[in-house]
Design a binder for this molecule. Structure first.
Ligand SMILES: NC(=O)C1=CN([C@@H]2O[C@H](COP(=O)(O)OP(=O)(O)OC[C@H]3O[C@@H](n4cnc5c(N)ncnc54)[C@H](OP(=O)(O)O)[C@@H]3O)[C@@H](O)[C@H]2O)C=CC1
Ligand SMILES: O=C(CO)COP(=O)(O)O
Ligand SMILES: [Zn+2]
Length: 356
């Protein structure tokens, strides 16, 4: 009898409202009113509050019942806020900040079962609109499933002024969807995994669009808008299938391995960008599909790192992480499971691609 495989077939919960504009920050009160909210918890970081949050807070102070600063991406922060809230009536959480703040806000809103408004002040990965939070517990990275944000307000004026290293990281996370989706197709073909064409297209098309954009410059408002739209679509593709499958393949296993081993100083998107060069090379070599040089050149174009050294990694550490990556999330079938590359093969890939 045929196995029931439709694990992704369920009613997807998606953000109800997404605004990407140069003035999105000015529409927070409008959104609060649209969703008929009255008791807002504001979550921010010290810097993001000073740079962005304070002004928004002043405008919506009638609705805000409490403000919390997030220091760490940990469950302990969620518990601290919940403890301080006690039995306060809350109908929404607004997160204003980087990934750390947005992830804590996401978990908090999910636990309180209230609306969540995500206002990114840096865009370093697709977590700005996804139902995934990434915490570090006892020095180990873990991915937690949450509800997706109810609304995402991405203000291009704020993001254009944010530190460019984070935008470059966001670019790496978007580009990494190219190898993530190749791995998903591989899993469909080799182990009959359920595949969702709509989610795959949402994840990979914006990445391909960026790869083919002439004179790519993420400081240019139009290109920045494409990047942010791509990251949001990537997050929504995850919501659509209830799994990070469309945006996380072998290149993410490599990044998780680096985090797990505590190697280097790269941001998530920097690590998966380099991972994408390596995995694209392997796809090209073993199945004749892909163009690793195009991925490398596009990362270079936005000045994102393409070598191990740039993110504080030695060749040995990269090799260790690549071998360790095979042990991460074994059920997610990727090129690592299909080819099971040896250390010698990885050494060759690092040399050929110039990664290390
Ligand atoms: N959910 C997901 O899918 C994923 C989540 N992650 C997680 O996300 C986190 C990393 O997120 P990331 O955004 O890279 O880093 P952070 O959230 O740490 O934010 C980056 C830094 O920039 C500061 N900052 C924020 N906004 C501005 C601004 N507009 N101008 C200047 N400085 C600013 C922050 O200060 P302050 O905090 O004081 O405001 C912080 O020091 C990690 O916890 C990681 O595990 C990583 C990958 C995927
Ligand atoms: O980073 C992510 C997608 O870009 C989330 O993926 P993970 O489920 O691998 O943490
Ligand atoms: Zn990612």
């Amino acid at each position: 009898m045929r196995r029931y495989r439709r694990k992704y077939l369920k009613l997807a919960e998606l953000p109800s409202l997404v605004e990407i504009s140069e003035n999105a920050r000015k529409n927070v009160e409008k959104v609060i009113m649209e969703f008929d909210l009255s008791s807002v918890i504001l979550i921010s970081g010290r810097t993001s509050y000073e740079m962005v949050g304070q002004k928004i807070h002043e405008k919506i102070s009638d609705y805000v019942v409490d403000v919390f600063y997030v220091e760490k991406a940990r469950m302990e922060e969620v518990r601290r806020i919940e403890f301080n809230l006690g039995y306060t009536d809350v109908d929404s959480v607004i997160g204003i900040g980087g990934g750390k703040v947005l992830d804590v806000g996401k978990v908090l809103a999910s636990e309180l079962n209230v609306a969540y408004i995500s206002i990114p002040t840096v865009a370093s990965h697709d977590g700005i609109a996804s139902p995934v939070a990434s915490f570090k517990e006892e020095n180990r990275p873990i991915s937690i499933s949450t509800n997706p944000p109810t609304a995402v307000l991405a203000d291009l004026t704020i993001l254009r002024k944010s530190p460019v290293r984070y935008l470059r990281s966001g670019y790496g996370d978007l580009i990494s969807n190219i190898t993530a989706v190749k791995d998903w197709i591989l899993a469909k073909e080799k182990v009959d995994e359920e595949y969702n064409e709509v989610a795959a297209s949402m994840a990979v098309m914006p990445a391909n669009l960026m790869l083919t954009t002439a004179n790519l410059d993420i400081g240019n408002i139009k290109h920045l808008e494409m990047l942010i739209r791509g990251l949001i679509l990537s997050g929504v593709s995850i919501s659509l299938v209830g799994s990070s499958r469309p945006a996380s393949g072998a290149e993410h296993k490599f990044s998780h391995a680096l985090d797990y081993l505590g190697h280097g100083n790269g941001l998530h998107g920097e690590q998966v960008g380099i991972g994408a060069i390596i995995m694209e090379y392997l796809h090209q070599k073993h199945y004749g599909i892909g163009d690793w040089e195009r991925i490398k050149q596009s990362l270079e174009k936005v000045q994102a790192p393409t070598t191990a050294k740039e993110i504080g990694l030695t060749r040995e550490q990269v090799l260790e992480a690549l071998m360790f990556a095979k042990k991460i999330r074994r059920k997610r079938y990727t090129i690592l499971e299909d080819v099971d590359p040896s250390k010698e093969e990885f050494e060759l890939v690092l040399e050929k691609t110039g990664v290390a």
